[in-house]
Design a protein around this ligand. Structure first.
Ligand code: AMP
Length: 444
């Protein structure tokens, strides 16, 4: 069995000085350190990644696609380098928005959340997102959540009031480390005059919330917003793991609260070393969001553009930059992708420099715009093998699907041209072009 490096360079050993595949050379920007750091995982062969999943009360939009395509590509790249990646995502299926919409529609919370979970998974598949190892619902992890709240109370970092159980931010010295926010700028959503500090956040909310209400040692209620993630990630990974991802909007208060909860359990630091945050997909400068009503659902976008075009468009920008969603931008991406397919016709073998440019770009904090520039070069040089292999990592098909008879005709035509029998070669060319297939001849 050839090594990943040999496979990468077409069976031969890589050229001197070439860093091969992502093994030990991947660098990622972590919001925690605000620097690009080499990726050193807790276990050298394994990567544990948790990405905040959706709140399932409506259809997913292009903003969600942006974030989840990025993590899909990261995981596919790391797996391609030979690492085993456990990619965990939670599904928030207990939340005010779910309760409100279920009430408005006269259906149960479980009906509504299961319906939109199914639609979410369908939309993700439709844009080629299939790298998640396990989806974990909040409602199927209530014992783990109650257990974690109990341990936080036992450690005296949480307290009970008339409205719920709260985390006491005074007990956590590193509060604000991720968001670098001063305490006075931070206020929790829950207003309760008996809270010790305005920033203290709910771990458990007392009350009757219909179907999704559970008994706990402190009273009936449901989980707060942040506790499901740490209960789920602790169950599958323990108190420390490698990478945590999500959109920029989650840094505060959500990720900050997760850190406070998890690191307070047994004092293990850091809960996660690599905090990856995606920039927003924007419309006229504003974040695409359900609440602003400026969203395009993934399924609507797929009526006009196919998944290759949408992914190519998303990957043309670096994941940390904002990405303007405009029709013109997507149309430009479609044209650029079509150009690659038009020039990637004849396989002329391995382009080592082009392949190295691709892996270098991917390892430089997942620089997909540079990786796509390398793809252009690989297409121009005719390294169809690389286009196929890297296309699978990016989830974009860079090769035009050519039927077997057309490929045979193209081969015959190449032979004819080599023998200078241009008249018949041109006749075949005209017929192929008439069938809608672009042909770019290499000089003889
Ligand atoms: P939500 O269902 O709103 O909790 O979002 C699920 C994930 O999608 C989170 O990681 C969000 O940060 C991300 N997300 C939502 N809207 C956008 C957007 N406009 N651009 C990029 N990511 C987004």
């Amino acid at each position: 069995m050839p090594s990943p490096a040999e496979r990468m360079f077409g069976g031969s050993t890589p050229p001197a000085g070439v860093r091969c595949k992502g093994i030990d050379t991947m660098e990622l920007y972590s919001t925690l350190s605000r620097t690009v750091e080499p990726l050193v995982t807790l276990n050298p062969d394994r990567v544990s990644l948790f990405v905040c999943g959706p709140t399932v009360y409506d259809y997913s939009h292009l903003g969600h696609a942006r974030t989840y395509v990025v993590f899909d590509v990261l995981v596919k790249y790391l797996r391609w380098t030979g690492k085993e990646v456990f990619y965990l995502q939670n599904i928030t299926d207990v939340d005010d928005k779910i309760i409100n919409r279920a009430n408005a529609e006269g259906v149960s919370q479980s009906y509504l959340s299961r319906k939109f979970e199914t639609e979410y998974l369908r939309d993700m598949r439709a844009v080629g997102i299939d790298a998640v190892s396990y989806y974990a619902r909040a409602t199927t992890h209530i014992p783990e959540i109650i257990n974690q709240v109990g341990r936080l109370l036992a450690r005296n970092v949480a307290y009970v009031t008339g409205s719920g159980v709260y985390f006491n931010v005074d007990t956590f010295e590193r509060n604000g480390e991720l968001s670098r926010q001063h305490r006075t700028n931070r206020v929790s959503r829950v207003t309760d005059a008996t809270k010790h500090n305005p920033e203290d956040f709910a771990l458990w909310k007392f009350g009757e919330y219909g179907e999704y209400t559970w008994d706990s040692p402190w009273g009936r209620g449901r989980p707060g917003w942040h506790i499901e993630d740490t209960a789920i990630s602790e169950k599958y990974f323990g108190q420390q793991y490698d990478i945590h991802g999500g959109g920029l909007d989650l840094i505060f208060p959500h990720h900050e609260a997760e850190i406070a909860q998890m690191e307070s359990l047994e004092g293990k630091y850091p809960m996660v070393r690599y905090w990856l945050h995606t920039g927003f997909l924007t419309v006229k400068g504003e974040k695409m969001s359900k609440s602003l009503g400026n969203f395009i659902t993934i399924r609507d976008a797929l009526q006009t553009w196919n998944k290759d075009v949408l992914r190519y468009f998303i990957l043309l920008s670096h994941y940390r930059s904002p990405l303007q969603a405009t029709e013109e931008g997507i149309a430009n991406a479609a044209r650029a992708l079509e150009h690659i397919r038009a020039i990637a016709i004849k396989d002329t073998g391995v382009n080592k420099e082009g392949r190295k440019a691709f892996t270098d770009a991917m390892e430089s904090d997942l620089n997909t715009p540079m990786a796509l520039a390398a793809i252009q070069a690989l297409a121009a040089s005719g390294d169809l093998g690389a286009l196929k292999e890297f296309g699978e990592i990016l989830g974009v098909n860079f090769l035009r699907e050519t039927s077997a008879p057309i490929s045979i005709l193209q081969d015959i035509r190449a032979e004819l041209r080599a023998k200078k029998q241009f008249e018949v070669a041109d006749m075949i060319r005209e017929r192929i072009v008439a069938a809608g297939i672009t042909i770019t001849d290499a000089p003889l």
